[in-house]
Write a protein that binds this ligand. Sequence first.
Ligand SMILES: [Cu+2]
Length: 229
Amino acid sequence: MIERYLEQVSTYAGDIDGLINLIAWFVGVWFLVAEFVFFYLIFKFRHREGHKGEYITGEEKHQKRFITIPHFLVLVCDIFIIIGAVRVWVDVKQTLPPADATVRIIGQQWAWSFVHPGPDGELDTADDIKTVESLNTEVGKVYHFQLESRDVLHDFSVPVFRLKQDAIPGRIISGWWKATKTGEWDIQCAEICGIGHGVMRARIKVQSAAEHASWMHENSPVASIASAN
Ligand SMILES: [Cu+2]
């Protein structure tokens, strides 16, 4: 349902959409049932000549069941939602599969900047590639990220990945994704962070292995120094 409006581009996007759909169905069905009963009772017990209104305390057993039975059924739905939510939370947020590469993502008022490992695959070495508002990655690889903020709360959001993570000053927050197709999509800030929040956009490029290797070669400071010599 959701993927008709927003592509799914990470391995866990489908799981998150499944959870949202599950909640939407439970809430939607119960909303329709409640509205149907509500209007049925309004019409059935509307004002009629010769009928006097009756005060009901709702304490008798045959009256109480109108509350206890739906209450019980809603709790059963809650159990399904909690099981689904915990499974997705553990898979997406708590279990980091082994990384193929790690990138650093830095939020500040009001731009995203990125540090990519260079050809050596390690961060904080001479061949790191630093960019602003453009994150270059490879399809099918598990990326870990180290998310930081230089000033206030930000939130790194990639809607097509269904990834959203707060950036908190003073902390380095880890997470992961694995992209399933090549292309270019939006990165947004999803936490109001000041007057420039709305323009705090960036793009994520998911490239094939060959494209990514040539991008890395062209942009790595060490590779360009080596080729210039
Ligand atoms: Cu923001």
